[in-house]
Design a protein around this ligand. Sequence first.
Ligand code: SF4
Length: 287
Amino acid sequence: MTDEKSSPDATEPSAANTVKKPRAARSATAAKARPKRKAPSVDNPGKVLKRPRYSRAETNAIFQRFHADNPVPEGELDYTNAYTLLVAVLLSAQATDVGVNRATKNLFKMADTPEKMVALGEDRVREEIRTIGLFKTKAKNVILMSEMLIRDHGGEVPPVREELEKLPGVGRKTANVVLNIFFGQPTIAVDTHLFRLGNRIGIAPGKTPLDVELVMEKIIPPDYSLHAHHWLILHGRYICKARKPECKRCVIYDLCRSPEREALDAVPEIAERVAGWVAQGKTRADI
Ligand code: SF4
């Protein structure tokens, strides 16, 4: 029987395991052993800062850049009225805007009011949206939500968050999107992009989407609160992406304090150019 304590493997290092591996092999082994760091997601916020990384003036400068670069940002979901916007946003959970637009093109031609949607029926709605994720549950919710709008709101979409949140399939984020885009309220809908940005660049850190939303409401300068949600979604979707931020194309590169910011030799030309527009009181629309 082998005494574990006297075994060379358990106590004394043997000659074999004291031989150092070449540096490259060591770092390859270490990289294998090291757990991969996940990009912050709604389920995994990572380490959360106690407070934003930016002063009021710095936050203002960030939104001045977003505004100068894209003075009137627009959402990418197709809709024709408050009701079709509500349906489109409800369908967009775990689906791309392009995919939702493809599915709703025909659906909205047949049904652009709650009454017409209920008349169309759940089976037909399910058939029309079958290309997007969770289509069975979503079709059911579209019909239940439409019935409730008819019953409780005369077929109109109420411009009140609490009322919207009572509708089947409608959560705080969906309600905030509709209130912002259609009713012009300065709400912040925290989706996966806003949640990541809030934590990655440290502009509005928080453990949950609601935490991030409440910090954003506090720190976003009033002049920019109406469009902040769009700017941040577009920035997260196309520039400060989940897997790898494209810092070379970032208009706030020199203002960003994220530890994930790529070290470049110089400030990207786009950031310099947009900073120039801000200094001159201009936007892309004036150029
Ligand atoms: S510099 Fe990089 S990390 Fe910072 S906001 Fe821009 S893309 Fe994101």
